[in-house]
Write a protein that binds this ligand. Structure first.
Ligand SMILES: [Zn+2]
Ligand SMILES: [Zn+2]
Length: 181
């Protein structure tokens, strides 16, 4: 394990959120256009805390999505600056909490803070771990020509190239066809 459990979970959520954009989603559509789609995403990731369920919240989360997608692709030094900015802007205050059946972990915002702010700060805290342990290169975008899906490469030698076996197989077929054409 490279990261703590909560960092891995937070990174997984960021990738899932970013992958609702048309260039990365399975359907090829924007999969975050209604409050119901947001609820489905949050439920799938057991996201705790305040949810307003309105259009304003959805808009803020969509902005957070764009911001986190950009952050994912920055180099380490740029990412450090962006994370600091994010934490300062949200006046993050890290503390250890234990709730539901989850053991001690870090929250840096109150559970009743707006959802988009909690998403940004939780992601920023995960990036703190990634940057400190010098593992930014594990935050990847799929190598397939037509896929911009984000993923965390947790392979031993950081050699994973595709977001999924589906993309890996697709690109292998394409490479084979190109060789035999
Ligand atoms: Zn928690
Ligand atoms: Zn892919």
């Amino acid at each position: 394990m490279f990261f703590t459990h909560d960092t891995e979970a937070a990174l997984g959520f960021v990738a899932a959120l970013a992958d609702t954009t048309p260039a990365a989603s399975d359907s090829g559509d924007d999969e975050l256009t209604t409050p119901a789609e947001l609820v489905a995403l949050l439920d799938a990731w057991k996201y705790s805390g305040r949810r307003d369920g309105d259009a304003a919240e959805l808009g803020e989360v969509r902005e957070a999505r764009a911001r986190l997608r950009d952050l994912w692709l920055l180099d380490r030094d740029e990412a450090a600056a962006a994370v600091n900015e994010l934490l300062a802007e949200a006046r993050a205050l890290p503390r250890l909490v234990r709730h539901d059946d989850i053991d001690w972990h870090i929250h840096a915002t109150a559970l009743d803070a707006p959802l988009a702010r909690r998403i940004l700060v939780e992601a920023a805290m995960a990036f703190v771990d990634v940057i400190r342990s010098d593992q930014m290169e594990r935050l990847r975008v799929c190598d397939a020509d037509d896929c911009e899906s984000l993923y965390v490469d947790l392979s031993k030698n950081a050699s994973r190239r595709f977001c999924s076996t589906r993309c890996g197989n697709r690109m292998a077929v394409r490479a084979y066809r190109a060789r035999t054409a």
